[in-house]
Write a protein that binds this ligand. Structure first.
Ligand SMILES: [Fe+2]
Ligand SMILES: [Fe+2]
Length: 212
């Protein structure tokens, strides 16, 4: 499905840009690039990427596949978008004035780790599951849209920034695939099967979970 392919490709750039942001924050770089990083994450990752997940993919999963928006994976991912957007708002004045220091580092670390884990959950669970479920309903395409002028400019900024700043490796973040790696698992989400499976899925595959 084109929308899902687009979202995956966007994840690759956003993922790299987070590593570049960490380099700019913790190692250094051109002061003017702080605002460019902000624009990329606000206009491209937020207004363009997260918005199409919510406005197209989540809407279809709720309306067509009857999956809940108020709990489970979609509620978790939507809450992530809001939480990460608020962190970015806090980072903005510091990035704009290139105010490197403890506060900027702490916010950039929290933002990058949060968004990396969010991308892992989407790539390994949300996107493949969505595509499969929609295909079963005979839905092979979903609405998408091209970026606005501002979003496109933010994309070009992001592409330039990842070339300019090599990614800073973060050895403390535990990244990986599947619900088990998601910070929400067992906390605000009981995992894909318990949140999304219907009666017939449980009778078909539920023996995998017998004993718990
Ligand atoms: Fe997302
Ligand atoms: Fe995403």
């Amino acid at each position: 499905m084109r929308l899902i392919d687009e979202l995956r490709a966007e994840h690759t750039l956003i993922d790299r840009a987070l590593g570049s942001l960490r380099t700019w924050v913790e190692v250094g770089g051109d002061a003017a690039d702080g605002e460019r990083f902000w624009k990329f994450f606000r206009r491209y990752a937020g207004d363009f990427h997260h918005a199409r997940e919510e406005d197209s993919l989540f809407v279809a999963l709720h309306a067509e596949a009857e999956l809940p928006l108020d709990r489970g994976p979609m509620a978790v991912l939507k809450a992530d978008h809001e939480r990460l957007g608020a962190l970015l708002d806090q980072l903005h004045p510091l990035l704009k004035d290139a105010q490197r220091g403890e506060q900027m580092t702490a916010l950039a670390v929290e933002y990058s780790r949060g968004l990396w884990l969010h991308i892992d959950a989407e790539n390994s669970v949300m996107l493949p599951e969505s595509e499969q479920r929609l295909r079963r309903l005979n839905i092979h395409e979903l609405p998408s849209r091209p970026p606005t002028g501002e979003e496109q400019a933010a994309l070009w900024d992001g592409q330039a920034l990842v070339e300019r700043y090599a990614e800073l490796p973060d050895r403390e973040v535990m990244r990986g695939d599947g619900c088990i790696m998601c910070p929400a698992y067992g906390n605000t989400c009981r995992g894909l099967e318990r949140e999304w499976w219907n009666e017939s899925e449980w009778s078909e595959h539920g023996d995998r979970f017998s004993g718990d």
